[in-house]
Design a protein around this ligand. Structure first.
Ligand code: AMP
Length: 293
């Protein structure tokens, strides 16, 4: 596996792959790899004849009081894992390659970027959309693989791809979880043992939403209340939000009747974690729902 540090070299490798008629798959990450990331690579390997991954801890998507400096970095072991899975090249540029001095152009996906993660983390989605557009422009992939773990991020990227007529297809992969339900995240490494035990509160809240909906509840406030009740019983967790939103607009629906996300975010000590469940009617106009945790 080639490790590529410069934009010009990455562009040339990708140009060559396309000239050789390869279908190019791309998996952008911030490193500190876990099975969630690796599941994206495995899917890309199944569907594409060339797979590129990137590791770039993007300073523009972290707020001033967030964890950019201490975000876990494990380049050597990440690199080994990509090699084992057959990644063809790893793009790992230094920050100044992506943001040279005087950098001043940003992508702002309006509306959907403003709520939930966007309001808790001002500027976050502007940073995400900007770097993802740059990476797409450099790699020019046919398919790019993202995890549903970051459902709002996927929605922002899909909207950007549609609005800017990008040629890339966005593939969304399921959430990979620990046996006790906690979604894998590089930030789980920050949790102390007590916090780690308490962290299942996100999954437990989503399960409470699922049983409320299975019981026939369609009023989204009632579903939210069921989730809040779970958080109230977990003293280590400080709830940021527990909401139900429409899957395409991320606006809160009054009643859950179409595809929706149930989304939760919480602080556990200094660590902030998110999780979600996709809910959709079993058939187009069915009242019966299916749940994707
Ligand atoms: P990150 O390195 O956190 O930027 O994540 C890189 C990609 O991996 C994003 O598309 C994430 O949504 C995805 N990802 C992170 N955690 C998981 C998980 N537990 N299951 C599936 N995908 C994930």
């Amino acid at each position: 596996m080639e490790t590529i540090r410069t934009i010009s070299w990455m562009k040339e490798a990708a140009r060559q792959a396309r000239a050789d008629n390869h279908l190019v798959g791309f998996v952008p990450t911030m490193g500190a790899l876990h099975e969630g990331h690796l599941s994206l690579v495995r899917r890309a390997k199944q569907e594409c004849s060339r797979v590129y991954a990137s590791i770039f801890v993007n300073p523009k998507q972290f707020g001033p009081n967030e964890d950019f400096a201490k975000y876990p970095r494990s380049f050597e072991s990440d690199s080994t894992r990509f090699v084992e899975l057959g990644v063809d090249a790893l793009f790992a540029p230094p920050p100044e390659e992506i943001y040279p001095s005087g950098f001043s152009t940003y992508v702002n996906v309006e509306g959907i970027s403003d709520r939930l993660e966007g309001s808790s983390r001002p500027g976050h989605f502007r940073g995400v959309a900007t770097v993802v557009l740059k990476l797409f422009e450099i790699v020019q992939p046919d398919f790019a693989y993202f995890g549903r773990k970051d459902a709002q991020q996927v929605a922002v990227i899909q909207r950007m791809a549609r609005d800017l007529n990008l040629n890339v297809q966005i593939a969304v992969c399921p959430i990979v979880r620990e046996p006790d339900g906690l979604a894998l995240s590089s930030r789980n490494a920050y949790l102390g043992p007590e916090e780690r035990r308490a962290a299942t509160v996100l999954y437990r809240a989503l399960e409470a939403a699922r049983s409320e909906l299975s019981r026939g509840t369609r009023d989204s406030l009632q579903v939210q209340q069921a989730m809040r009740a779970i958080f109230e019983k977990e003293p280590l967790a400080r709830l940021d939000y527990a909401e139900v939103v429409s899957a395409d607009t991320f606006e809160p629906p009054v009643r859950v009747s179409r595809a929706s996300y149930v989304l939760v975010a919480t602080h556990l000590g200094k660590t902030r974690l998110i999780d979600n469940m996709l809910v959709e009617p079993i058939q187009a106009d069915s009242n019966e729902l299916q749940f994707h945790l």
